[in-house]
Design a protein around this ligand. Structure first.
Ligand SMILES: Cc1cc2nc3c(=O)[nH]c(=O)nc-3n(C[C@H](O)[C@H](O)[C@H](O)COP(=O)(O)OP(=O)(O)OC[C@H]3O[C@@H](n4cnc5c(N)ncnc54)[C@H](O)[C@@H]3O)c2cc1C
Length: 426
């Protein structure tokens, strides 16, 4: 099978790119020329995984199936997991896929391409910490759903336990850890709401951060505000708590042992080890090295999003953020449209940092907005910060569904919450 443009990874960046290209090329040409490959059948925007984990977002309501998105946006889709790449022959291999019983679902396949975009994302960085693999990760929908099931079981167990308490430790005080902790507190409050008096239990959520402050990538004022808001909600924040090892029932840190029934690893970003076997140059985080046009070390192969290390400013690389993947999708859509018309799009990619926002639960956010690269930095918090935070999610839906369907979906979600409550308890 051959396609002019093959995109591997239908996440925050790859799916938007496929949708933009498909719509630009139109119904017939788009489906003929653009192929999106993903190892899952439906798409969830990754920054909402902590909500899935806490049960405040339902995957069945939120998830969008790739074949449906492909039909609506005029590209082709195939289920598959990239396992090998021959950059010189412009050929990639998709591994055999099996169902839950281990029976073959899809055979190994070869696909050739003229242009290839790698958008396969990344995961957490365990930093070689002993026992870290025992902790729960939030790398994909399956992780988040498993976490949710475990959480509900733990809630029920705690409500009948002698000490009526549950301890959860989150390793990493970055955006993921902070947002998850706030979401867990809200899930607990909703859960307790209707519970019999003698079944109410205490939830202890502790964030363990090795650095001197949480949200180290953001201005200090935001770290302080976020920590105060979390502590008000009842979250315990331990900074300078470098994790030495993870045991089944506790985390061993420089500050001592933290007992926990559920341990979540939400620290660092690292791409898949298998990225180093694909014949492209990679860095120590297994990200594909890319230049300021997002081109990798092989001709006509680009990398975007969390799996790419592309230059930004002051020797740093573009951060692993949904906003960066969103802008890169827009840029590569222009580059590849020009390529199909046998033109070159000369301008390099410029990442514009509009600031960062962190959600602290249903009605509160905190963050900073920037006028532009190096421009003035505005501090923002409360409901407005939360709304701007949500607008990134809406921008993603708009890129793959269009404005009308995005509005309908947002309204449907709001109404559903009014009827069934915010927390998914089953
Ligand atoms: C809980 C959480 C909260 C976050 N919150 C924020 C936030 O508030 N703001 C923000 O800017 N960023 C946030 N992020 C980071 C953001 O989600 C990522 O930066 C963004 O999703 C990166 O987009 P991507 O397209 O590179 O990869 P992803 O969105 O991770 O998509 C990668 C896709 O590739 C597929 N894939 C992977 N390997 C293969 C393979 N071998 N073969 C085929 N398909 C493959 C996966 O199934 C997936 O669909 C958060 C992340 C998490 C986990």
């Amino acid at each position: 099978m051959h396609y002019d443009i093959v995109i591997v990874g239908g996440g925050a960046g790859g799916l938007e790119l496929a949708a933009r290209l498909g719509r630009k090329l139109g119904r017939r040409r788009g489906a003929e020329k653009v192929l999106l490959i993903d190892r899952t059948v439906f798409h969830i925007w990754k920054p909402t995984l902590h909500e899935v984990a806490a049960g405040t977002l339902d995957t069945h309501q939120e998830g969008l199936s790739y074949p449906l998105l492909a039909r609506r946006n005029h590209f082709s889709f195939t289920l598959g997991e990239l396992s090998a790449l021959d950059p010189a022959a412009r050929r990639l291999t998709l591994a055999v896929m099996a169902d839950e019983q281990g029976r073959e679902l899809a055979p190994e396949r070869s696909i050739t391409f003229t242009h290839l975009v790698l958008a396969i994302g990344g995961g957490a960085n365990l930093f070689g910490t002993p026992g870290a693999e025992k902790a729960r990760l939030l790398e994909n929908t399956a992780d988040a759903e498993r976490f949710h099931t475990r959480l509900l079981t733990a809630f029920t167990r705690a409500s009948f336990a002698a000490d009526r308490s549950l301890a959860i430790a989150i390793v990493g005080g970055g955006a993921t850890g902070v947002e998850l902790s706030a979401e867990l507190i809200e899930a607990h409050n909703e859960f307790l709401g209707g519970l019999a008096k003698d079944q109410r239990f205490r939830l202890d959520v502790t964030i363990l951060e090795a650095a001197e402050r949480i949200l180290g990538q953001l201005p200090e004022k935001i770290s302080t505000q976020a920590q105060t808001a979390l502590e008000r909600k009842g979250v315990k924040v331990l900074t300078g708590a470098k994790v030495q090892s993870v045991e089944d029932d506790r985390v061993v840190t420089l500050l001592g042992d933290i007992p926990a029934s559920i341990i979540v690893w939400a620290a660092g970003v690292k791409a898949a080890d298998s990225n180093t076997t694909l014949g492209l140059e990679t860095n120590r985080l297994n990200q594909f090295l890319a230049n300021d046009r997002l081109e990798t070390s092989a001709p006509d192969i680009w990398a975007m999003g969390d799996c790419a290390a592309a230059p930004w400013t002051e020797g740093r690389t573009i951060p692993a953020r949904a906003a960066a993947a969103h802008q890169q999708a827009d840029y590569l859509a222009r580059v590849l449209t020009a390529r199909l018309a046998e033109r070159r799009h000369e301008a390099p990619f410029r990442y514009r940092d509009f600031g960062s926002l962190v959600s602290l639960g249903e009605s509160r956010g905190v963050g900073s907005l920037m006028g532009g690269l190096g421009g003035p930095n505005f501090f923002i918090e409360g409901l407005i910060a939360k709304w701007i935070y949500m607008s990134l999610h809406l921008a993603h839906h708009r890129a793959i569904l269009g404005t009308t369907k995005t509005v309908v979906l947002a309204l449907a979600r709001l109404l559903q919450e009014r009827v069934s409550g915010r927390l998914k308890l089953h």
